[in-house]
Design a protein around this ligand. Structure first.
Ligand code: ADP
Length: 170
């Protein structure tokens, strides 16, 4: 099966920053399993089915990328998937502390699984799903931050987005 990494997240919705990590990850790993962590206590804008569909549509027909969801412990999911690594993206320093804690707890839970971090592309430094949702909800343009299919879905949720379509340049 080769070198498989699990890329977990909420992906609510998937952004160009996430896609950048997936593309970079494919340069390092033979296969990436993009998986949505199900957390019943966390309110999301998109259902898990919608989030999976948006990732699948964006990735297209690539046998090296699988899209899935999981509940329970991430390390158990990784072990079951026969993957050896957890893939995470790092943006600003503010990600670091949380990601460091997460990596340490996961290592404590399963010593055989390593967490591998890839640095974001400079363009996606400030791009995260939360900011995308907030801007879109207020009718602000998020073009250039999310894949086209996601933009379409955001326009369905937030009709006022249609009025604004200026491109974002960083
Ligand atoms: P978000 O922080 O966007 O709400 P997720 O929980 O879906 O994201 O994040 C999943 C993983 O993707 C995390 O490791 C997160 O740091 C990473 N990630 C999210 N956005 C970016 C980005 N713009 N560049 C690099 N990594 C990112």
């Amino acid at each position: 099966m080769g070198n498989v990494a699990v890329y977990p997240g909420s992906f609510d919705p998937v952004t160009n920053g996430h896609m950048d990590i997936i593309h970079r990850g494919l340069g390092v790993f033979d296969k990436i399993i993009v998986t949505i962590g199900l957390n019943p206590n966390k309110k999301t804008l998109f259902s898990v089915g919608e989030r999976i569909d948006m990732i699948k549509e964006t990735v297209g027909d690539n046998p090296r990328v699988e899209v899935d969801s999981f509940s329970g412990l991430l390390v158990d999911y990784v072990e079951k998937s026969e993957a050896t690594c957890i893939l995470r993206g790092l943006r600003a320093m503010s990600d670091f502390e949380y990601e460091f804690q997460l990596a340490l707890i996961n290592r404590r839970l399963n010593r055989n699984i390593e967490t591998v971090f890839l640095m974001t592309g400079a363009r996606w430094f400030y791009c995260n799903s939360g900011i995308v949702k907030e801007a879109a909800g207020l009718g602000g343009s998020v073009e250039g931050m999310v894949p086209d299919g996601v933009l379409r879905k955001l326009r369905e949720k937030f009709p006022s987005l249609n009025a604004n379509s200026s491109d974002v340049s960083w």
